[in-house]
Design a protein around this ligand. Structure first.
Ligand code: NAI
Length: 318
């Protein structure tokens, strides 16, 4: 039944049917209007429950409209566009990266842990007519990583760009003499192991791209050379968990770039710079657009350098 009605909805969409259709009387809940209203009511109710349809109240009663982002999320239409996956993209720098890559003509898979915030974020971009689809992805949960990779495989058969953006800072993180092992484990699990796990899962799909790219969103706080310089402006920021997680991520960049050097897949670390986001209670000086700029540039760069640590305006020391 569901499948049949789904097909019906698809047919209507194909025929370019009006996206918004008169449906219920607000007070009685009874279908009004056309002859097939009752049948329509049945499937609208079913599809509303599944999230494919939204109700909207207007003067004359309730109307429904197709939830375009939900359709997009199910990737009903295969695409010949290049495909990018951005992790942790429901807000902050990742959201901006997703927007900019989509604006360049890519299908962007917007990875997020939380389906509600993820769908909302994808919806904001699809309402700007961008091809952005929510993918549930918690980088610390292997089952979501495998499911996301399987879905990309089924829908597109390849992946052109992976932006490992998901990351956390922990308020209990601290100096090397006393930071708790538990806190460090948590930070490393997301910022380092999460990025490795996602990259490993989608690597077979990146190999199918003509110019696969992995951008690991790192930080200058991950630079061992900078930390060794007592005069560096961030020398006092000795939060071992976060800094070690980004240093480890950089090691992953260098080693994976080496391993893939003959396979046409570029792997780079990018430092977005100190950017106002939830991660730092909006103390960063840059806007998210500025923070996203170098990540986006490197993500879109086909046949560019590999094994580099980059930031706006140049290269960083490891
Ligand atoms: P944010 O807190 O606004 O965004 C982080 C994103 O990662 C959120 O969408 C969050 O839901 C997601 N995330 C966290 N844990 C996750 C998990 N287990 N699975 C999936 N997603 C998860 O912070 P912001 O600033 O946008 O951070 C983005 C990246 O930029 C992070 O990797 C961060 O370390 C890095 N960065 C940020 C800087 C800044 O000044 N804001 C500076 C240098 C690096």
């Amino acid at each position: 039944m569901i499948q049949r009605e789904w097909e019906a909805i698809r047919e209507r969409r194909k025929a370019n049917a009006a996206p918004s259709v008169r449906f219920f009387d607000a007070a009685s809940g009874l279908a009004i209007g056309n002859r097939s209203a009752l049948a329509e009511r049945e499937f609208v109710t079913a599809f509303h429950e599944l999230g494919y349809i939204r109700f909207r109240q207007e003067l004359k009663g309730w109307h429904y409209e197709f939830a375009k982002d939900r359709f997009a999320q199910d990737s009903m239409t295969p695409s010949r566009k290049p495909v990018a996956l951005v992790t942790g993209a429901n807000k902050g720098i990742g959201f901006e990266v997703a927007r900019a890559i989509a604006e360049s003509g890519y299908v962007v898979l917007l990875g997020a842990r939380n389906p509600t915030t993820g769908r909302e974020a994808a919806g904001m971009l699809t309402s700007d007519r961008l091809d952005v689809r929510f993918v549930e992805l918690d980088v610390t949960r292997m089952e979501t990583i495998s499911a996301a990779a399987a879905r990309i495989e089924a829908d597109f058969g390849k992946l052109d760009v992976l932006v490992n953006n998901a990351g956390i800072a922990d308020s209990h993180d601290g100096p090397p003499s006393r930071v708790s092992i538990e806190v460090m484990e948590r930070v490393l699990r997301t910022n380092f192991l999460g990025a490795v796990a996602v990259a490993q899962a989608v690597l077979p799909l990146l190999r199918k791209s003509h110019a696969g790219r992995i951008v690991n969103v790192s930080s200058d706080l991950g630079s061992i050379t900078k930390h060794g310089d007592a005069t560096w402006k961030y020398a006092h920021v000795k939060v071992l968990g976060y800094c070690a997680s980004k240093a480890a991520l950089n090691m992953f960049t260098v080693q994976l770039a080496f391993e893939l050097r003959d396979q046409g897949i570029a792997v780079n670390s990018v430092n977005p710079g100190f950017t106002a986001t939830d991660l730092n209670a909006h103390r960063g000086q840059q806007t998210v657009k500025e923070g996203a700029a170098e990540i986006v540039r490197v993500a879109l760069l086909e046949h560019g350098p590999s094994g580099k640590f980059l930031e706006t305006g140049g290269e960083l020391v490891w």
